[in-house]
Design a protein around this ligand. Structure first.
Ligand code: CTP
Ligand code: MG
Length: 231
């Protein structure tokens, strides 16, 4: 899909993968012949015309710089993250102002978890389309299961399933709105696992675009088996 806006992706990859139960970053586990992070990078690199910023930790900095210098010149910068995902993404947002050929106000910025390595071109297309009509959008899928609101072990209510979406990444913004959203989060010490929630807090409308049930986040060991099954 051709797009007159420049497109950037911030890839948070600085976690420790504690729910995977290993002592090393889950992003370097293999699915088939490639690591999780390589699969994520391939999806955006192969899409074309996207610049990336990868946020990593001390342990993986050297390996990511090596990947940048060998297979992935579309990575403009590899930087160190923080103690939370919000902090890591926030550093990535700040870094956008430092890179050569950085974004202008209306350019597009996606935030995409390094751990969501099954992302496809279709989902990226949907995100690009979503930002043509909206300042903020996020990939999501309709909830497959009935979800209950529960307090102290007792069901309080059962929301209508057709109104419930599970959001994924990419979480997508026009650059000026991303800066405002993360500026506000920093000022008020707000933590969010969902970046677009930070734009909601400022009153922006967030559109849902179609994600994919395959666009899973590699979190626990069975996710590796599932990803191997669909790769
Ligand atoms: N992440 C990050 N910086 C952190 C924490 C997480 O950049 N301080 C990244 C992870 O590397 C991952 C994404 O954010 O790509 C989503 O986080 P999650 O799936 O929770 O990964 P981890 O935090 O590594 O795993 P866990 O929560 O099980 O420790
Ligand atoms: Mg985590």
């Amino acid at each position: 899909m051709s797009c007159s806006h420049k497109i950037y992706v911030i890839i948070p990859a600085a976690g420790s993968g504690s729910r995977m139960g290993k002592n090393s970053n889950k992003l370097f586990m293999k699915i088939g012949d490639k690591t999780v992070i390589e699969r994520t990078l391939d999806a955006f690199n192969n899409y074309g015309n996207i610049y990336a910023i990868v946020v990593t930790n001390e342990e993986n900095l050297e390996e990511l710089r090596r990947l940048q210098n060998t297979n992935y010149p579309f990575i403009k910068s590899v930087i160190l993250g923080g103690n939370s995902r919000t902090e890591s993404v926030s550093k990535g947002v700040d870094e956008l102002a430092n890179i050569e050929d950085g974004p202008t106000a209306d350019d597009y910025v996606f935030i995409h978890d390094g751990a969501r390595c099954m992302i496809t071109k279709d989902v990226i297309d949907n995100c690009v389309e979503g930002l043509a009509d909206n300042k903020v959008c996020v990939a999501g899928v309709q909830a497959k299961n009935t979800i209950k609101v529960v307090h102290d072990g007792i069901v309080e209510s059962t929301p209508d399933r057709s109104t419930l979406y599970e959001v994924q990444t990419p979480q997508c913004f026009h650059y000026n709105v991303l800066k405002k959203s993360y500026g506000n989060a920093k000022e008020n010490n707000i933590e969010a696992t969902d970046d677009t929630a930070l734009a909601e807090l400022l009153g922006y409308k967030v559109a849902i675009v179609e994600g994919s049930y395959s666009n899973i986040k590699i979190t626990t060991p069975e996710d590796i088996i599932f990803a191997q099954g669909i790769s």
